[in-house]
Design a protein. Structure first.
Length: 422
């Protein structure tokens, strides 16, 4: 994950992935946050010390300034950065978490919490923090880039876990087979055949054997013609010698050598090597695809579950803020939890309802509103929260079931419907 740790409230900056071994390049904007004039010079001095890596002096200066201005957001933010740079991640997380509670509209503390969680391998928490940062600022590119890296790491972990459970699912590389013989015509000439088969060493060539046979009866056994001497001897000697010499020597050499050597190897080697690897490769590829699909689905399911958990937490945060404002008789904050589309009961106008609620809250000496056993159901942009409301005032004490229906407006939830019972 490309960790991006913000050094101020307006400008995020990029960090390498290791928090403890890399240097945070701090970019300080004095107008980044509406700091009190009394602490502006202190923040400037701390920023200079941070840029020169004088973390001990910067921390001492920050603590001294915070003793005078304990709610100064910029100084508290600097203290979180200093602690992170000193590898005190737990203390830095505590600082940034408190900042998100006191200043929920600032995206930078959420982003820096995500960086620290990711460095500890807690990617689901990191994703939740980045979502919160984007809800405060939808165009916050730093958080968007980090969120993509977090989801990528979750998918990678799920895939690695799937392969650890079944290492045999790893795909095998494809195997290519060399062709060791030629097939078909050779140099344009037809392959010699004999009785439908390729020539073999055992094939016999009839011309070399049969031609000398008619030469041997040169009429030597014919009966002598009337005891004639000269004509009988001459024809018997001449034709008997030449015929055996011509066909016996020349014909056997030419046809025997040419066809026997080349075609013998063709039908033997082709079917041996090619078919064997194919079924193994296909099975391995299918198994690898299934494992990858399963890992991706698991990562998507985890991301969806994380999103629903986050939205439930946000919905409950609004309900708790509503109950807290009611208990402290903070009418302005209490009414701000209601959406503009909220329909008051008893056919009242919104103005009449607001004046009635203000009067009822302010007339009480003390109020305590408790939330018990809440259940949250998320469907799209609507959240339904059912709980037991324990109401105690100086004049009344009642416990009853209540249902609040919330709707998402931009980056926050608001009450659109309120009713007693389930």
């Amino acid at each position: 994950m490309k960790t991006l740790l913000s050094a101020s409230f307006n400008r995020p900056r990029a960090l390498p992935s290791g928090l403890s071994s890399k240097t945070i390049i701090l970019t300080l904007l004095l107008s980044a946050f509406a700091a009190r004039p009394a602490s502006a010079s202190d923040a400037t001095d701390v920023g200079k010390l941070l840029r020169t890596k004088q973390y001990t002096e910067a921390l001492a200066k920050t603590d001294a300034a915070l003793a005078k201005h304990p709610r100064d957001a910029q100084l508290r933010f600097y203290k979180g950065l200093i602690l992170a740079e000193q590898n005190k991640s737990a203390e830095a997380i505590a600082i940034f978490t408190k900042l998100t509670e006191d200043f929920p509209d600032l995206p930078e503390p959420y982003n820096n919490l995500a960086v620290l969680y990711a460095a500890a391998g807690q990617y689901e928490k990191a994703g939740t923090m980045l979502d919160m940062a984007m809800r405060t600022n939808a165009t916050y590119a730093t958080a968007q880039a980090n969120l993509g890296d977090v989801y990528g790491r979750l998918a990678s972990q799920a895939y690695e876990k799937a392969l650890q459970l079944d290492p045999s699912k790893m795909p095998e590389p494809a195997r290519l087979t060399l062709v060791r013989t030629l097939s078909g015509n050779i140099s344009g000439g037809a392959i010699p055949k004999s009785n439908g088969n390729l020539l073999a060493p055992s094939a016999k060539l009839p011309p070399a054997v049969t031609k000398p046979e008619p030469v041997q009866p040169p009429k030597a056994e014919l009966p002598p013609l009337a005891a004639v001497e000269k004509p009988v001897e001459k024809p018997a000697e001449k034709p008997a010698q030449p015929p055996p010499a011509k066909p016996a020597v020349k014909p056997p050499e030419k046809p025997v050598e040419k066809p026997v050597e080349k075609p013998v190897e063709k039908p033997v080697e082709k079917p041996v090597e090619k078919p064997a690897p194919k079924p193994v490769d296909k099975a391995a590829e299918k198994a690898a695809e299934k494992a990858q699909q399963k890992a991706q689905q698991q990562a998507a399911d985890k991301a969806e579950a994380s999103r629903l958990d986050r939205e439930r937490s946000e919905a409950m945060a609004l309900v708790n803020s509503w109950a807290k404002a009611w208990s402290s008789k903070d009418v302005r904050t209490y009414l701000a939890q209601y959406d503009a589309g909220f329909v008051p009961p008893k056919s009242q106008t919104r103005k009449q309802w607001m004046e009635e609620r203000r009067a009822r809250i302010e007339e009480k000496g003390r109020i305590n509103v408790g939330i018990e056993a809440p259940k949250v159901v998320i469907k799209g942009n609507t959240a339904t929260v059912r709980f037991r409301q324990n109401y105690v005032s100086d004049k009344l004490k009642i416990s009853a079931t209540k249902t609040l229906v919330l709707t998402r407006q931009g980056n926050r939830w608001a009450i659109v419907q309120e009713r007693a019972g389930g």
